[in-house]
Design a protein around this ligand. Sequence first.
Ligand code: AGP
Length: 370
Amino acid sequence: EQIEKGGYEHFMLKEIFEQPKSVHDTMRGRLLVEEGVIKMAGIWDHIEKFKNANRIIIIACGTSWHAGLIGEYLIEEYARIPVEVEYASEFRYRNPIITDKDVVIAISQSGETADTMAALKLAKEKGAFIYGICNVVDSSIARITDAGSYTHAGPEIGVASTKAFTAQLTILTLIAFKLGKHNGNLGNADFMRLIAELDAIPKRIEDVLSSTHDLVQNIAKDFVGATNFLYLGRGYNYPAALEGALKLKEISYIHAEGYPAAEMKHGPIALIDENMPIVIIAPKKGHYDKIVSNVQEIKARKGKIIAVVNKGDTQVSAMADYVIEIPETAECFSPIVASVPLQLLAYYIAVYRGANVDQPRNLAKSVTVE
Ligand code: AGP
């Protein structure tokens, strides 16, 4: 097992550090920057299905559901196809309206999640075209879908999903750009600019890992005794906030909530005092001015602010107790980059609390029961 961990103390840390490679592997052979092409046979062979779809419904659980929410932002922004994102467990029991004009995308690292599988079977029975985004090759979900794309992140052993999540975001980005380019909603100049930037994301992740690792480790020491956490973000980074909170809950057993930053004033703001740590994801591109005013509201209530901002940020940084800098990217890529220090934060808080990081209590890597 020590050999499999490759010198890391836990699989989770190894998998966090593998992300420059896993994201690159997800794109390998698909993203051809010089030719200006995204090659995805699963999409291309069924392009008419996607083109004529009334809507795309994404179904998933847990972290994969968070990836699905970001997929909604991506596909609606770049391909202008309506998207709904559903928890598989809710979808399957609420007699959903599905027709043969719907495309249903299931996202699952393991490809074995019982609720996702059952929801897919239901969608298939009702005539939808079903597409899988799985990490485990030849898994049950991969086998029952009409078509799909593997994430190729490599085996993920840690129960808390890390590299599978960023690989799912990479696949969803490729799908959104491919569909948008094909249906004419994403013009060629924007497409070329975005794919060049996507190609550089593994390098950005590498930079974030080296520039934030020691810092985040030190920040984690100050929060070992925390009992609650709030994670806030807007736009693409709202699901990233949900995912940051889930990571912390799962492995450190600290109660954490993710919220869209602007929703704070509709309830959670009542929780804020000097004992409440708040992680706020505030990159420059993406409602920055709005986030600044959310941070002011937190500051006025003495919340402890851990801000994830772009290099050179001044406004949010000036109000924050802790600042984690990440490189600037197009807004749609920021959840990939911002998630990395949040994974590290959850990891180190859990380690300092003496928790079993790779196999947290009550959790299984793949949930094959309802
Ligand atoms: C992620 O950290 C969790 N362990 C969990 O939420 C997981 O994402 C969920 O059970 C879905 O699993 P899947 O992607 O294998 O379907």
